[in-house]
Structures are given as C-alpha cells and as structure tokens.
Design a protein. Sequence first.
Length: 672
Amino acid sequence: MARTLGPLASAAEYDEMLADLVASGVISDEKMAYFDVRPSSKESTVELRICDSCPIVNDGVLIAGLFRAMVRAAEQDIEAGVRFQPRPIPIYRASMWQAARGGLSGKLLDSSPHAKPKDAATVIRAMVDRLRPQLEEAGDWDEIVELLETVLTRGNSADRQRTALADHGDLNDVMRSVIDETRSPAAGPEPESPPIPGYRVRAGDEAILRTGEPKPAYRPILNWLREQNADFIRGRFEARDKWVREHGLTFSGGSDDAFDIDLVPRVIQGHDWEELSQGLTQRARALELFIRDMYGEQRAVKDGILPDEFVQDIAGWRAEASRIPAGSVRAGIQGFDLVRNEFGGWRILEDNLRCPSGMAYGTSAREMLNEIMPDMPRLEGLIDPRNAFKQLRETLLSGLGLDGTAVLLTNGPENSAWFEHKTLADGAGLLLVQANDLNRSGDRIVHGETGRNIDAIYLRLDDPLIDASKKDGQSIGADILDIAAAGKVRIINPPGNGVGDDKAVYAFVPELIRYYLNESPLLEQVPTYRTQDPDERRIVLERVGQLVTKPVDGFGGAGVLVGPSASAAELAERRSAIPEHPDAWVAQEVVSLSSHPTFDDAKLAPRHLDLRVFVFLTGTEPGDARLADVALTRVAPPGSLVVNSSRGGGGKDTWIIAQNAGGRLQGNGKVH
C-alpha cells in the first residue's frame, strides 16, 4: 500500500492500523505498508519511500540530505510546541499527482496556504531555502545546494529516460543509459560533449540536453558549428540571402517576402518518421472517406457521428463538389501540421486538405544548405527530399500511366505560393498553366500551346475553380468541372475539400477514424472545443484567456489568438465575437511547442517550431497512402508560438533519417 497515512494520534494508533490492514488480507505483513513516509520498524526514525532507485549516487545523496533536514525541522517544531497544520488530503494527493506527472520538467504545487502551480525549480529552491537552518546544522548546506543545482540542470532519471526513448525509439537504449549511469562515478557520467555556450535550454528542446550538451544525433552538426567563428556564420547567412534572391524563394508574390531558412537543420529520426507514417496515412484515409461521404450518403451524420446542424453550417461545403464522380480520390495531396511536447510525443495540430503548401520550400531548404554549407556533417540514412517530386507525379497519374499529361493549375504570380507552383511543376514534370492556357475540345480539356489532352489537373488556385475564366470570358472552370463529372479528366484536390479540414471537423477526426476504418487513432491531437455547442461555448468564454481561439475556415494563422499572450482588449473583442457567430470559431488548449537551436545573429537561441508533412493518396486502402519524403519545419519568431511564415516565421532544412539508419555520421560527413 502506498500514499499518505493521514493524521494519526500516536504510535499505538499506527500499530493498530497496520494490524487491521494485515487482518483484512489487503497486505500480508507490515513490510508491505508502502506509505510515502512511515515509522521505521528497525530504527528510531522515519523512512521515506521513493518510487525507484536513483542510478546516479549523488541524486540519492541529495534526497537523503533533504529528508534528514525535513525530519529535523519537524522534530524542532515538536520541541518548540508548534502545532502541526495538516494539508487537506485532496491537496496532498494533487501535489503528488503533479509531481509524478511533471517531475522536474513541469510544475509543482507550492507550499502556500492555497497551493499554486509553479516551475519545479522555483518550488524546490524555496523548499531548500526553508530548510537552510537544518542543513547548516548538519553541515550539509553547501553540498545540498551544489547537488540540487546539478539535478535541476541535468534533470532526473525519468527525464533522461524519456529523452533516450524519444531520441532512439528503443527501450533497449533506455535500459543501456540507466545501466551506464548506475556504473558511473557518484557524480554521474562525464559529458560526451561540452555545453553550447550561453544557450538557454528549455524543456522539450529537440537538439540540446538540459545540461546544455548536444543530443547524440546533433553532436556532429553542433560541434562543427561550434568550431566556426562569428564571421564565418555571418558570411554563410549573406550567402543564404544571395541564394534566396537568385532563386526567388518567397512565400508570397512579392519579391520582398523572402522565406528565411535557418542554418541549423532539424533531424527527424527513422523511428519518428515511421510513427508519423503509420498515424498520418491512417488519418488521411479516414478524411478521404469522410469527404466522399459528405458528398454522398452522409452515413456519418445518419449514424450520429456528426450532428445534423453541424454539417449544414460547415464552411468548406461547395455544391459543385457533388459532381465529382463517386469513388474518385478527392484529397490526393494532404498536409498535416504537427508539434512535439516536452517528452518528444507528436500531436496533430491541423489538417490541410485544400491546397497544402510547403513541399517546394522543403526541397529548396536542402538545395540551399547543400550549396552554402557543403562541409557541414551529414548523417547516415539522410533521405533526399527531391524524391517527393517523383512521388507527386506518380500520385497525380496513378492508374493513368506516367506518360500521361498532368498540369498544375495556378492563378499566376499573384498567388502567394507562386514559387512553390513553379518548383513543383518543374520537379514533377507538370505543365504549369493558368486558365488562359486551357481549352475545351469536345469531351476533353486541352493544353492550348501543345494541343495535348490533359489527364490530370492539380488544383492550386486561390479562388473557386468554378469562377476561373479565360481572358475572352470563357468559363474554363465550369468546363473543367463538366469534363471531370464525365470522368474524362482527374482533378486532384477538387473543390469542396474544405469540409474535411474545417477546424470544427478536426474535433471529430478520432471518431471518424474509428467509424470509417474500425481502428483506434495512432496519433494524438489537441483537445478542441466547438463553440457551436452551448456547453462548450460556455467553457470557452470563461477560459478564453487560457485557450487558443481560431476561425474554423482560417488560413495562414489569420485570426488565431493565443489567450495567455493576448492583451485585455484582444480578449474582450474575442469574447464578443464568439457569441455573435458561434459556428465560426473553435478553441484549443495551449500546446507547449518543442524548441530548437536557431541562429540569432551568430549565436544560437531556442525557437519554437512545428512540422508540416504531406501524405499522397491514391485510394482508401492501407497501401494507397504514403508519407512523402519531404517535410517543412517552420520556426516561430522570438517569443512567439505562431510559426506561420505570414506571421514572421521562417523555416529549417528537415533531415529525415531512414528507419534503422541510426543517424550516424555519413562517410566523411560532407556533401560532394
């Protein structure tokens, strides 16, 4: 038995309770009374129970020293006649739960009369300060302070084990790390690499340990960067800016909107990529089935998975989408935004089923880094993001033959993703066309310049397809829909996919996976409140300052309000807007984004980031979906949680490591 004893008046009362427990059969003998603190059966003292042994000897010494000081403080209170004021048992249990959940990485409840959560380091340092008289009396003060600061820097064993699992995905590696610590000197293993000077480590940093040392996968990269001087780093950024200008790498039609790519790549290990592949292909198949269902029988509504009124008000509905032939793939190119928590776990933040962008930025980030940083060490098993071009073409022309004609339909340079349109068309061998480049000839859509019949159209328009017109006024968009309805041309990501990535639909996706696939979701998502529901709306209005609120049909971070960092005026405005149009909003719990070392001038500083990845879909069976070999890491500006490029963010080259490659240094580590 564990947990608190509760108040007991005497040792005799304690002995009587133990006898009752043994007699009840709950425990077989007194040694099984595993209370958090209990009288010793052998010595004239009390014993502290810890949940597990400490593999590093000095961590155990720290706990023993603090416990001795606590016992001495209690003894002195008894001698001084200070009356004991017990905490309510629920508060005690809440404190234990919070400590077990967050450890040294999260928050603990403080010792104030009305306990409040605070950073673990703050709470523990305050406790040690209160125990200073007892620690000094025992001659332990200096040693305990030194050991405490070491633990707060290094983290506890649970922190390190979670880090090892997140980095390698193998419990054998976790066990090896514990064994190595157990065999190490009393102070723990010697660092394998010096810390990054001046780097402010955050919980959940993907590249840096709490001690400031680079994690194993990043040691070759960060140690190489450490060897370069500030002038070299600044020179590489000048080379980057020149490369960006020469290649037109922008995130909008304007030449001034350069997409800033950091010089420190992000590493995604093979086990992580496999986890994402399994979870996202599952999700993509369910979303594809959902879109088909919404423009078909609407079984999910009839069976009560979605409420009737919800579907009627869905923002992404397009009437013309009902003309797409039954069985056609609708969301052939799907994008997903993901974040990691402080323990390395992945969560899906958003689904993008209309025009998910970012592939070209992912391939260009690698091209740029290879050109301006050729001597930076590369890791074994590094996947070439340019594979995605071939995968894209195979997806567009699946079942039609790779010698068919596929086009990317854009509205031209004014489109914010014009750079991407050009890059994808060139890389995948697509014709880059605008409305004026297309003609209708009988039952086919024809490329005007070459006269070729078009087999597949990858839709990348800002405006509805049905409104696309040629300069002579011909409604080519309506013609395309007519030909598609007859099955003579395939539209990839046709009109109407917005029903699937509506942010209110997001809340139902786990149930949609269970409904359509009869499977449990493999990846978590962020808890979401639908303000269309009166009960959930009440919760949101009460907690708007603690939540992230978003428009259901928003793009590019527009309209997103992060409650904890919003002004009083912004919160008041959002509280007014939600009741006026409750079907237009959703709210989500604030997610702690992981961070990554990013250059600020010539020094490294942590920045929050997310990950945009892509699933290519040719059907609804498990083998019909695959995770594309490209990803885009998006980086938030300093002090921000919003990573969208339109809000001042940038990007990183994303190094996807093949499964079982291990992420070791590749050859001599250089690009040739």
